[in-house]
Design a protein around this ligand. Structure first.
Ligand code: NAD
Ligand code: UGA
Length: 473
């Protein structure tokens, strides 16, 4: 059956995916009206802020698009029911974190937010609605969504029908706008040709149709998990080799380059670092592991679990090196943390390696000064205070302190060490002589991203360690 083309879109979830994704669709498709709804009213308020520097998500290029389309064909609102009612298509873009308690805790996705908004769709949708999974979900979630939607068909004598599609998002934070405007591919999984074609027609406004892949629902859901697992696996592979470089005198950047020049391997995602962070890699691999175990595939599960083990080990390895270089004692030492977001060009700190490294250093009694160009003190407080509470119970006296310092050079004053955790551009151009003049002596620079020039640091009289750099054994 050929239905009318999509005109009104509702996106449930105004987060790191919902906001930027809908902004780009609105920009590319001026004929569509897009309503991004969220139950978090302060988030909606922030999306509607006149000061574009205060949008809840920082992404290069985002504020320019928001300025063009907001209040024209893109609207952020808390009126969920009304916008579900009038939508021809609804994107589910809510969070799907790992469960923290109950069955599958620490392993399976928590689908309570997906279930809650699906129930709202079932209740309030009218006429025919295409329901699109944009969130990353365990394979066969569409089946659950279908059951919930079908449970309310023809309720209150309002005729309603649904088509379900899977349309996972592949954007990376920090490059979200570029990734959305020039995607490697768009994936649409579904069972009904008409619904698939309607969604395809939207993307075809700016994406070459050859790059729009269509599959069945389950392949689409699974491909998203597998793509993230493959990317994360490359990072764990190179990080495992970074440790070997440090022991043998090899240099991880030279090894990455030599290996990545092989076109079968490719150069991307071979940068050693403090371990991958972000809200998705760990959760999506845990999900893959959980599914594999559920289906009795122990070897598959064990294989992917190793990617997470290596990632944890890399962080532990790095903070052990830091403590050892500082004579095994960091109590009351002033240590500067350069970068708190999980990667450059985002204000997102979810699963940032900075959190675990900072928590560990605090547990050893260090005084941390934390700098980040886009993360604010409030976010850091939320991420560090949980653990502080626990550790304080153990031994209050040994626990260190932290404070936020916006001015990098102020933060260097009397510091015993600085650790680069995020690869922000601004850290690549630090004046090391100026920093050295301000720091204690001896003072260490730990570069977990391998972004600064070793000779500049060393010639300024500073001790230096860089991930995977065997020149300093
Ligand atoms: P997020 O936490 O930033 O945003 C989710 C939003 O959904 C929140 O603002 C929350 O208030 C809202 N929400 C939850 N339940 C709701 C409900 N019932 N009604 C209305 N609003 C509700 O999450 P995110 O980073 O945008 O990720 C969303 C999904 O996209 C996840 O499944 C994630 O795995 C996937 N994903 C994320 C990225 C990324 O880079 N962050 C990339 C690709 C895919
Ligand atoms: C990742 C994927 O790249 C996206 O395709 C996917 O849509 C998204 O997850 C998701 O599903 O959420 P993201 O986590 O935003 O995107 O950012 P990445 O660029 O993948 O970086 C993830 C982590 O790996 C960061 O901590 C980054 O610093 C680290 N990384 C990345 C490395 O340590 N080395 C590399 O070579 C690349």
């Amino acid at each position: 059956m050929n239905r009318n083309p999509i005109k009104n879109i509702c996106c449930i979830g105004a987060g790191y995916v919902g906001g930027p994704t809908m902004a780009v669709i609105a920009d590319k498709c001026p004929d569509l009206n897009i309503y991004v709804v969220d139950k978090n009213q302060s988030r909606i308020k922030a999306w509607n802020n006149n000061d574009l520097e205060k949008l809840p998500v920082y992404e290069p290029g985002l504020k320019e698009i928001i300025e063009r389309v907001r209040f024209k064909n893109l609207f952020f609102t808390s009126d969920i029911i009304q916008n579900i009612r009038k939508a021809d298509a609804i994107f589910i873009s809510v969070n799907t974190p790992i469960k923290t308690s109950g069955l599958g805790a620490g392993k399976a996705s928590n689908l309570r937010w997906v279930e809650a908004c699906t129930k709202e769709i079932a209740e309030y949708a009218e006429g025919h609605t295409i329901v699109i999974e944009k969130s990353t979900l365990p394979v066969r979630t569409a089946e659950i969504i279908k059951k919930i939607l079908n449970s309310k068909l023809n309720k209150n004598n309002i005729r309603k029908t649904f088509s379900i599609l899977s349309n996972p998002e592949f954007l990376a934070e920090g490059t979200a706008i570029y990734d959305l405007e020039y995607p490697d591919r768009v994936l649409i999984g579904g069972e009904e040709e008409d619904a698939i074609n309607q969604l395809k027609a939207i993307y075809e406004k700016w994406v070459d149709s050859k790059k729009i892949l269509t599959t069945n629902l389950w392949s689409s859901e699974l491909s998203k998990l597998v793509a993230n697992a493959f990317l994360a696996q490359r990072i764990s592979s190179i990080n495992s080799i970074s440790a070997l470089c440090e022991k043998t005198g090899a240099d991880i950047n030279e090894v990455s380059r030599a290996v990545g020049f092989d076109s079968r391997i490719g150069a991307k995602f071979l940068k050693a670092g403090p371990g991958f962070g972000g809200s998705c890699f760990k959760k999506d691999i845990l999900n893959l592991v959980y599914l594999s175990r559920y289906f009795g595939l122990k070897e598959t599960a064990d294989f992917w679990e190793q990617v997470i083990s290596i990632n944890k080990w890399q962080k532990e390895r790095i903070y052990s090196i830091i403590v050892n270089k500082l004579f095994g004692n960091i109590t009351n030492k002033k240590i500067l943390i350069l970068g708190f977001s999980f990667k450059a060009n985002t204000n997102d700190i979810r699963e940032s390696p900075a959190i675990e490294i900072a928590q560990y250093l605090l547990s050893e009694g260090a005084n941390l000064f934390i700098n980040d160009p886009k993360v604010d003190a409030e976010q850091i407080e939320t991420s560090l205070n949980g653990i502080k509470g626990d550790l304080q119970k153990k031994d209050q006296n040994e626990y260190g302190n932290w404070s936020f310092e916006k001015d990098i050079y102020k933060a260097f004053r009397s510091a015993d060490a600085a650790i680069i955790i995020t690869e922000w551009e601004v850290y690549k151009t630090i004046n090391w002589q100026k920093a050295s003049n301000l720091m204690n002596s001896p003072a260490w620079i730990f570069d977990t991203r391998s972004i600064v020039n070793a000779e500049d640091v060393k010639s300024a009289g500073l001790e230096f360690w860089s991930v995977g750099n065997g020149n300093y054994i």
